[in-house]
Design a protein around this ligand. Structure first.
Ligand code: SF4
Length: 340
């Protein structure tokens, strides 16, 4: 069963298969985690760029990487998307798409000053966190935002209420946090963090601020959570876990950490099959394989093909949840922006 927000419930997590429980097979095998790869927010963001290219023709400008995946960005560039870092790089009056990670309100204001026609591909689950930040700020709370300094999502969320938001970068950051009134403090988080580490951070925050208010619902999104649950199921049986994803993809990097914490003997992040190092396979019988939320399945299939060449032909799907969540495309795509 999947809840309205797409979370896996306990009933989704089926009992481990014989192969997982016995772990006795001497054959080289692959444990293929599911869910893996594209989440609803990434799917929507990539489709948004594709639809905009179809609707308006190239070039279509995109502020920042639409999602944190090299292959996706290159593929869209080949179709005519032009990726820029800031609005100033976009010619006045042009169409610009904002990435899935969200932007601060001042980015919308800059775009309006340049008469840019904006399409906002911010994931609705990131928008939800922005709204929570605004509400807590309106009510006078200081907001402790758990996240990674410099990440685009953190910059965007902080921009909603910069006077009220303090960044807490993991459990080590808790001791340094200063608030105006310890009795009016709430916490929020980046959507793509390690669930376990965030729980530790919140526990430490609560030791310092016993009246700490929780967010109304989980900020770490369903896709991040489901991919971490899935990698935890394969990691204890894996001599090597390969996570397909880009180095700037927060949720992909977390999957490597979670795999190691869950018992994988080794774990590595690769953008594509060509980055897999033959030296990793020494004494490896079982390879775990998964991918981050911004990774197209074809890249996982590329790694599977490479593993097959190395004799890892016995592939077992290990599914811990079903995902059915889909988001509607941004409303701006339903209008003719050039007529406005
Ligand atoms: Fe949205 Fe989560 Fe996907 Fe980020 S990882 S785009 S928050 S669904």
């Amino acid at each position: 069963m999947v809840t309205a927000s797409g979370h896996a419930t306990a009933a989704d997590v089926s009992a481990p298969s014989d192969a997982l429980t016995t772990g006795a097979s001497p054959r080289k095998r692959v444990l293929l985690a599911a869910p893996r790869g594209y989440c609803a927010g990434v799917d929507r963001a990539v489709l948004t760029v594709e639809r905009a290219l179809d609707q308006y023709g190239a070039p279509v400008f995109v502020r920042k990487q639409i999602v944190h995946n090299k292959h996706v960005v290159q593929t869209l560039e080949e179709r005519g998307a032009v990726f820029v870092e800031e609005n100033e790089e976009v010619p006045e009056g042009s169409i610009v798409i904002f990435s899935a990670h969200g932007v601060a309100p001042e980015v919308h204001e800059q775009a309006s000053q340049r008469r840019l026609k904006t399409i906002d591909a911010t994931c609705p689950l990131v928008t939800k966190v922005h709204k929570e930040a605004l509400r807590f700020a309106d009510e006078g709370y200081d907001i402790l935002l758990i996240g990674h300094e410099g990440h685009e999502e953190v910059i965007g969320t902080t921009g909603e209420a910069p006077e009220h938001i303090k960044l807490v970068d993991g459990p080590e950051g808790v001791a340094d946090v200063q608030v105006r009134d310890p009795s009016r403090v709430a916490w929020l988080s980046q959507t793509t963090l390690s669930v376990d580490e965030t729980e530790q951070t919140v526990a430490k925050l609560r030791e310092r601020f016993p009246l700490l208010i929780d967010p109304p619902s989980d900020d770490i999104c369903y896709a991040t959570q489901n991919r971490q649950v899935a990698v935890k199921r394969i990691a204890p049986q894996s001599d090597l876990v390969i996570v397909v994803g880009s180095a700037n993809s927060s949720n992909s990097v977390r999957l490597v950490e979670v795999a190691l914490e869950a018992g994988a003997k080794s774990a590595f992040l690769v953008d594509r099959a060509e980055e897999v190092d033959p030296a990793w396979f020494d004494a490896v019988t079982t390879v775990g394989l998964t991918s981050g939320a911004s990774v197209p399945e074809e890249l996982v299939q590329g790694v599977l093909a490479l593993l097959a060449e190395r004799g890892y032909t016995d592939v077992e799907d290990v599914r811990s949840a079903q995902e059915k969540l889909l988001f509607a495309l941004p409303h701006e795509l339903r209008r003719n922006l050039n007529a406005e």
